[in-house]
Ligand binder design. Structure first.
Ligand code: PGA
Length: 264
C-alpha cells in the first residue's frame, strides 16, 4: 500500500514569523502519530526557522523550486546541494514556474535530474490548460510532460507526481474525483512503461487544484489518488489539518481516534 501524502505549497506567502506561526499551529493541530506523510513547502527564507519549529515531529519539509546547477554565477538561484541538508522534498515543474518563469519541459527535466542526483525527493507537477482539457488533450499533455521531465533519468527510487490541472489551481473550481482518477491511471501506466510495473505501483500520484477540507474526501476515496498538493488551503492551519485528518480516516479507517495516539 502506498503511504498517502498531503503536501502544502505555500507559494510566495508568509513572512518568516508568519511561517513559524503557521507551522506551529499545524503542529498543534496534528498532535497525533499520523500515518499520512505531511510535507510543508514554505518560501526558501523560512526553511531554516520552519525546520526548527518542526523539530521532534514527523512533518517533512520541502522547497518550492531549485536551480539545476550545483553552484556558480547564477545570481538569485538556489541549488539542490544547498537544500539537501535542510529539506527532503522539492516541488518541480509547478505550472506557475512554467507560466511565469519560463520553466520549459527541458528545464524541468534538468531540475529533476539535479534534484535526484543531490538526493532530494521531487514532487513533479504536471497538468493541462483549460483549452487543452476542453479539446480532449489532457492525456497527451500530461503524459508528454511526464515523459520529457523524466527523459534519461533513473527514477527507480521514490517518485511523487502531482497531477494539477491548471484551470483548477487557485480558481475554486476543482476537478472531479473520477476524472482525476482516470488521468492518474494514465500517468501510472506511463510510469510503468518507463520504469516497470513495480515502480509505477509504488510511485505516489497526488491531486492538486483548489483542494479544501470540503472536497478532499472526494479525491481521497478514489483508488489511484495517493494524496494532495494543497495551495491556498495549506495557509490556514485548521483547513490543512482537517484535510490531513480526513485523509487519515479514509486511508486508515481502523486507526484509533487521533486524540488517543501518542503525541509527537
Ligand atoms: P490551490 O493550489 O490549492 O490554491 O489551487 C494548488 C497548487 O498550486 O499546488
Amino acid at each position: 500500500m502506498r503511504l498517502p501524502m498531503i503536501a502544502g505549497n505555500w507559494k510566495m506567502n508568509t513572512t518568516v514569523s508568519e511561517a513559524v506561526e503557521l507551522v506551529s499551529q499545524v503542529r498543534k493541530g496534528l498532535s497525533g502519530a499520523y500515518d499520512v506523510e505531511v510535507v510543508v513547502c514554505p518560501p526558501f527564507v523560512s526553511l531554516v526557522p520552519v525546520k526548527e519549529a518542526l523539530k521532534g515531529t514527523s512533518i517533512k519539509l520541502g522547497a518550492q523550486n531549485i536551480y539545476f546547477e550545483e553552484k556558480g554565477a547564477y545570481t538569485g538561484e538556489i541549488s539542490p546541494v544547498m537544500l539537501v541538508s535542510l529539506c527532503e522534498h522539492v516541488i518541480i515543474g509547478h505550472s506557475e514556474r512554467r507560466q511565469y518563469f519560463g520553466d520549459s519541459n527541458d528545464v524541468v527535466n534538468k531540475k529533476m535530474g539535479a534534484a535526484l542526483e543531490a538526493g532530494l525527493k521531487p514532487i513533479l507537477c504536471v497538468g493541462e490548460k483549460l483549452e487543452e482539457n476542453e479539446a480532449g488533450k489532457t492525456n497527451d499533455i500530461v503524459t508528454g510532460q511526464l515523459r520529457s521531465a523524466l527523459a534519461g533519468l533513473d527514477c527507480s527510487g521514490e517518485l511523487v507526481v502531482a497531477y494539477e490541472p491548471i484551470w483548477a489551481i487557485g480558481t475554486g473550481r476543482a476537478a472531479h474525483g473520477k476524472q482525476v482518477n482516470d488521468t492518474i491511471r494514465i500517468i501510472r501506466s506511463t510510469l510503468a512503461e518507463l520504469y516497470g510495473q513495480q515502480m509505477a505501483d509504488e510511485a505516489r500520484v497526488l491531486y492538486g487544484g483548489s483542494v479544501t477540507a470540503d472536497n478532499i474526501a472526494e479525491f481521497m476515496e478514489q483508488s489511484e489518488i495517493d494524496g494532495a498538493l494543497v495551495g491556498g488551503a495549506s495557509l490556514k492551519a485548521d483547513q490543512f489539518t482537517n484535510i490531513i485528518r480526513q485523509t487519515e480516516e479514509i486511508f486508515f479507517p481502523n486507526n484509533p481516534p487521533t486524540k488517543d495516539l501518542i503525541p509527537w
